[in-house]
Each structure stands twice: as C-alpha cells, then as structure tokens.
Write a protein that binds this ligand. Structure first.
Ligand code: ATP
Length: 419
C-alpha cells in the first residue's frame, strides 16, 4: 500500500477516533526526539488495512520502550507500569489526553526475538530488530508494522506479505513449526478465519496434524481456556467452535467436548435488560456443556481449569433442566424458592433453551418480591429471633408472590393470624 493511502486510513475518524490520532502524533513526536524507530503493529495494522475500526494501540520500538514511556509521562503525564525484564511498559495517559480512549492503556514493547526451549514452553526473549519482531508473530496478517517516528510516519513494513494475504482472505502461519512451538495458534488461526470469513492457507491447514495435536494435548488448562474464552467473545462464536470441532481439535482438548448446537448461538447476543451480571463467556460454556453428564462436566472443568464459579454455573444449568418438569404448574412462590438456589445466569440460560416463562418472571419480578415486615418488626412484636423468623417472613413473601395478599394492611392481617 502506498504511504498516501495508508495516511488516508490513519486520518479517517471512522477507523481511528480523533483522540487516538492525536495520541499517536504525540507518541510519534517523542519517539522521533529520542531517535527511536517506533511502529504500530499487530491487530492495529491488520484492522486498519481491512478498513475496520481499530481499538488497540500496540506499539513496538527498536530501542527501549521504557525510555519512550518515561519521555511520554514527562511530557504528557499519566502513569507508567514498566517491566524491566522484557523492557516493556504500559502507559496510562492522563485523563485529558485519553479522553474517550478505550482501552485506556497503551502497550509499549521493545522489539524482540523469541526462542522456545521445548514445544508449548513460554519463549525466551532477546532484543532485536522490528523485522525479527514481526517474524516471531503468529500469522502474516498480524505481522505488519506501520512506522511512526518523524518523516517515516505512515510507512508500511510488510516483510511477510501480510497485505496480500489480507486481500485474498488467507490465514497463513509464518513457518512450518509454528503450531508445534505454540499450539494456542491453532485456535487463534481458526478464530481469525471465523471472524473475518477467511480461509486457512492449505499448508497452514496441514500443520493442524498429529504432531501439533500432541503439543496441544500438553498445553496447560489455563492457556487452552483463555483461547476458548476469546472464541466466545467473537460475534460468530458458535460457528468457530464448530469449525474447531470439524478440524478434530476439540477431541484433542477433551474427548467429551460436544458439538456446539448452532441454534443456541444467537442466545449469546440476547439482552433482556435483566439486572444481573451475564458474561458472554460464561453463557457460552453453559450453552455448550449443559447436556453433558455431571462427571463429564467435572472432567472438562478440571482439564480447562474452570473457576469453581463457572463449574457451579454449568452444573446448575444441568440440574435445573432436570428439575423443571417437577416445577411445571407450580405457584410462583414454589418456583421462586426453588430457583433461588441457582445462579441467575444459569436460570437465564435454562430460560433461553426452554422458553419456560416462569423462569423469566422469576428473573425479572418474583425474585425481587419481599414482604414489608422485617425481622425488626417481629422483634418489636416481642418475638425472639430464631428459625421461626425466617419461616414467618417466607410465609409472608409467598403470600405476596401467590397473590394471597396485595397490600400492607392485608399483610398485617395475615401476620396477625400467623402469630
Ligand atoms: P485481536 O485482539 O483483535 O484478536 P490482536 O492482533 O490485537 O487481535 P492480540 O492477542 O492482542 O491480538 O495480540 C497482539 C499481537 O501479538 C498479534 O497481532 C500477533 O502479532 C501477536 N501475537 C499474539 N499472540 C501470539 C502468539 N500466540 N504467537 C505469536 N504472535 C502472537
């Protein structure tokens, strides 16, 4: 791409908000004054060339990123978190400069080379040129840089032909050992393929094979789960998981992982204005694993190092689904007291797959229904605190839920009959 065309993209406010453009100019000026070649890399370049809005600023310098970071805070303020071992820094610009910037931190990295002691290990890092830095990356489409300092502003560096692959819609690994060195790249490749409707370049496709599967099998649960989490963050997560399955990768991660039911995929985007925290990732796992037997859920949870909270939410979906037939045609109070034992996001997931309206009534109304009477009121009436308190308050709550009382007076009358 010609410099002028790239500059046009970098000045397009629909792709790069004006505040971000200002911020880039400040960084470019500081790098130039330090005589430090400075580059935008990775997803920034990829998405800009695809004419998609960019969110991350990923910056690499040939020199010392911490030095650049210190110069930036001296000139513009803000905070710097430095990691001396890898000479990387995170700059949190001051509020005036970052205005509407999201995320509110910028990664500053020193160009580096990586070598691996053994497959799947975390790499050993040494300082290097920008070209070395691009060569250690995962795919050609992620291995381009735009130079920023001084007169170089807007020059594209594309030693691995990423732009041609972007134009052709291809995800290409940079070398034949790529997936053995880092098997998380198998999942990353499939994620980019799905996100942009690209295809795996045939040689790259062949690298998803028994040799890289062996390395994938020995990957830690945490790293595997992180990659699957990222898949659930994607707009077309369901299709991507199915592709992972079709390429026989799921089976390697854990043989009990089932096929994702695509009819559930849209549920990840549902928003019923319900006021409990729902994460797309947790919903994804619940929809995916809910029909498995308990022991398989636990075995997958162990392999993927699920938090106990996530495991609990998934098991709750499975248990609630089994309990549902017993609850049918029950009074609202029976539903409510039963559903309160389950996390709200699990109840919501069961609602999505069953459309049992009582579940939505519970989530939006019933669970908030409380009697006016409190424990203090009961004490004021001379009752000693104890288990009977809870029973009385539950009795009153049930009366409200089931429409037996509908006003404070009626509640008081009922209370008089109970006491
Ligand atoms: P997105 O966040 O949109 O998926 P990104 O390119 O910002 O894309 P990150 O995961 O933030 O992705 O990684 C930033 C860059 O670091 C990538 O563009 C890629 O160049 C490099 N990278 C990330 N993970 C790996 C990896 N496992 N192996 C090699 N390079 C990687």
């Amino acid at each position: 791409m010609q410099k002028d065309d790239l500059l046009r993209l970098m000045h397009d406010p629909n792709l790069l908000p004006a505040e971000m453009q200002d911020l880039l100019s400040s960084i470019a000026a500081q790098a130039a004054s330090l005589n430090m070649p400075c580059y935008l890399v990775g997803g920034f370049v990829r998405d800009l060339l695809l004419n998609k809005p960019v969110n991350d600023l990923d910056i690499v310098v040939e020199g010392d990123a911490i030095k650049l970071g210190n110069a930036l805070i001296q000139k513009h303020g803000g905070k710097l978190t430095a990691h001396t071992k890898f000479r990387t820094a995170i700059w949190h610009p001051s509020t005036s400069l970052r205005a509407s910037l999201t995320p509110d931190a910028i990664d500053l990295t020193t160009a580096r080379k990586e070598s691996y002691d053994h497959p799947g290990a975390l790499p050993t890092v040494t300082p290097a040129t920008i070209e070395d830095d691009l060569r250690r990356r995962d795919f050609s489409i992620n291995a381009m840089a735009i130079r920023m300092d001084g007169d170089h502003f807007g020059e594209l560096l594309d030693p691995l032909n990423g732009q041609a692959d972007l134009d052709q819609g291809i995800v290409r690994a940079l070398h034949s050992r790529s997936f053995v060195e880092d098997p998380t790249r198998i999942l990353r490749a499939i994620r980019y393929e799905g996100r942009y409707s690209f295809t795996l370049e045939p040689e790259t496709r062949k690298l998803i094979n028994p040799e890289s599967f062996a390395c994938l099998s020995s990957l830690s649960g945490e790293r595997l789960r992180h990659e699957i989490d990222l898949i659930f963050e994607e707009g077309n997560a369901g299709k991507i998981i199915i592709r992972v399955d079709n390429l026989k990768v799921l089976n390697v991660i854990h043989p009990a992982l089932p096929r994702f039911n695509l009819t559930y995929a849209n549920f990840l985007d549902m928003d019923q204005n319900l006021d409990f925290p729902r994460s797309r990732i947790t919903m994804g796992y619940m929809l995916w694993l809910k029909d498995l037997p308990e022991d398989e859920i636990l075995s997958i949870a162990k392999r993927l190092d699920f938090t106990s909270e996530l495991t609990h939410s998934i098991r709750a979906v499975s248990q609630l689904k089994k309990k549902l037939p017993d609850l049918m045609n029950s009074k609202p109070s029976v539903w409510t007291f039963a559903l309160e034992k389950f996390p709200p996001d699990s109840v919501y997931t069961v609602y999505l797959v069953t459309r049992e309206n009582a579940l939505l009534e519970y989530l939006s109304i019933w669970r908030y229904v409380k009697p006016h009477t409190t424990g203090d009121d009961l004490k004021a009436r001379g009752l000693q605190p104890g288990p009977r308190f809870g029973e009385i308050l539950s009795h009153l709550r049930a009366a409200w839920l089931d429409g037996v009382v509908g006003s404070r007076e009626q509640e008081n009358e009922l209370l008089n009959t109970i006491l």
